[in-house]
Design a protein around this ligand. Structure first.
Ligand code: NAP
Length: 338
């Protein structure tokens, strides 16, 4: 397939940079237009951005002139990835969708909109095959960076058991706050017990993705880790609690769904279950499978207190840009069906 030209909205931010990095060698997509705020527009990308990726800035993107995020500036591309600040995503992403673009977004603005699919590719990516929207283009979102690993763990369990409660405490990495993010004075040798606006998203978004009302209580804290959100999850069951071995086997055998066959960025196994109680650690596993894998460990428990486990996902890859790229790949793969 000849690569098609794509754009990145919010290309200078933490998620936008990850889009640029992950799309550099993508077989289907070629980034030809980048957009950011008016403070960056008109500058060459390499001058506008504070590059914080571990890899070198892609040379072909470094020399692009940053555009304002208006549809007229993105002529020549059909698909835009959005790493826009949520405060501007509502107006900007709608303008692009109305102008006929396919918008694949990370921002929260449209996640709970009834006509916008909220997609985790391995869980409900099949919804993209029948998408019908009121705009000339399309608008697809992926959830919050904690919700992605959370629903990937819940899906195979809910296929077999009914849950009465889900408690999740997320220990969230610094890169989740964007760049420059949390000050060193606040984060060094410290844990911040609150992340504004985070807990309601984690409690609301899974029900839309999984298609059933789930009782979720969430606590979100910021920890001095660079990348990788670690989740402590406790599950209450309707009826008898299954054994940790049964849960482990369900999670290990979660396979890629048929609608993802052929997606270049898909990773199999979807979940990696660790038996070592010292895993998963962000620093040790964040880069495995190019950051696309979700890791699970410490599955334990029995009786009325249910099952507890840990899960880990790279927040800017699996929890943001990588998830959006998979959503775009499903749309591209099934374009003839749409
Ligand atoms: P960020 O580092 O603060 O980047 C924000 C981007 O939006 C920058 O490119 C910025 O451009 C651009 N922007 C700001 N105001 C704008 C305006 N008025 N018009 C056009 N562009 C504007 O934020 P981030 O962490 O990458 O997050 C981006 C989005 O992804 C947010 O909606 C966030 O909730 C979501 N998200 C983030 C993560 C994560 O782990 N970081 C995970 C999942 C989802 P300038 O550089 O020119 O200001």
């Amino acid at each position: 397939m000849k690569p098609s030209k794509v754009g990145v909205l919010g290309a200078t931010g933490a998620v936008g940079q990850m889009f640029c990095r992950m799309l550099e060698h993508h077989p289907w997509y070629d980034v030809t237009i980048v957009g950011a705020s008016d403070a960056s527009a008109g500058k060459r990308y390499e001058e506008a951005v504070t590059w914080r990726m571990d890899t070198l800035m892609p040379a072909s993107i470094a020399e692009l002139t940053v555009q304002s995020c208006v549809p007229e500036a993105f002529e020549g591309v059909d698909l835009v990835f959005s790493g826009l600040d949520s405060s501007v995503a509502a107006d900007t992403e709608r303008a692009f969708a109305e102008a006929g673009f396919t918008v694949v977004s990370n921002a929260s603005a449209f996640r709970m909109h009834p006509e916008v699919p909220l997609i985790v590719p391995e869980v409900n990516g099949g919804e993209l095959l029948t998408i019908s929207q009121p705009w000339a283009g399309r608008l697809v979102t992926n959830p919050n960076c904690v919700v992605i690993p959370l629903v990937m763990v819940l899906k195979p369990i809910l296929d077999e058991f009914a849950l009465s409660s889900v408690h999740v405490t997320s220990m969230q990495a610094l890169s989740g706050a964007g760049y420059p993010g949390v000050s060193a004075m606040d984060s060094t040798g410290n844990i911040l017990p609150h992340i504004e606006g985070e807990e309601p998203k984690i409690e609301a978004e899974p029900s839309k993705i999984l298609g059933q009302d789930l009782a979720i209580r969430s606590t979100a804290v910021r920890v001095p880790v660079r990348n990788g959100h670690l989740l402590s999850i406790s599950l209450g069951f309707d009826g008898e609690t299954p054994s940790p071995d049964v849960i482990s086997s369900l999670l290990s055998s979660f396979e890629l769904p048929s609608w993802m066959e052929g997606c270049p960025s898909a990773s199999s196994p979807v979940l990696k279950v660790h038996n070592d109680p010292m895993q998963p650690q962000p620093r040790l596993v964040e880069d495995e499978a190019e950051g696309m894998r979700v890791h699970v460990g410490k599955i334990r428990g029995e009786g009325p207190l249910g099952i507890s486990l840990m899960a880990l996902g790279h927040n800017t890859i699996r929890g943001a840009a990588g998830c959006a790229i998979l959503n775009a790949e499903i749309l591209t793969l099934h374009a003839n069906n749409l």
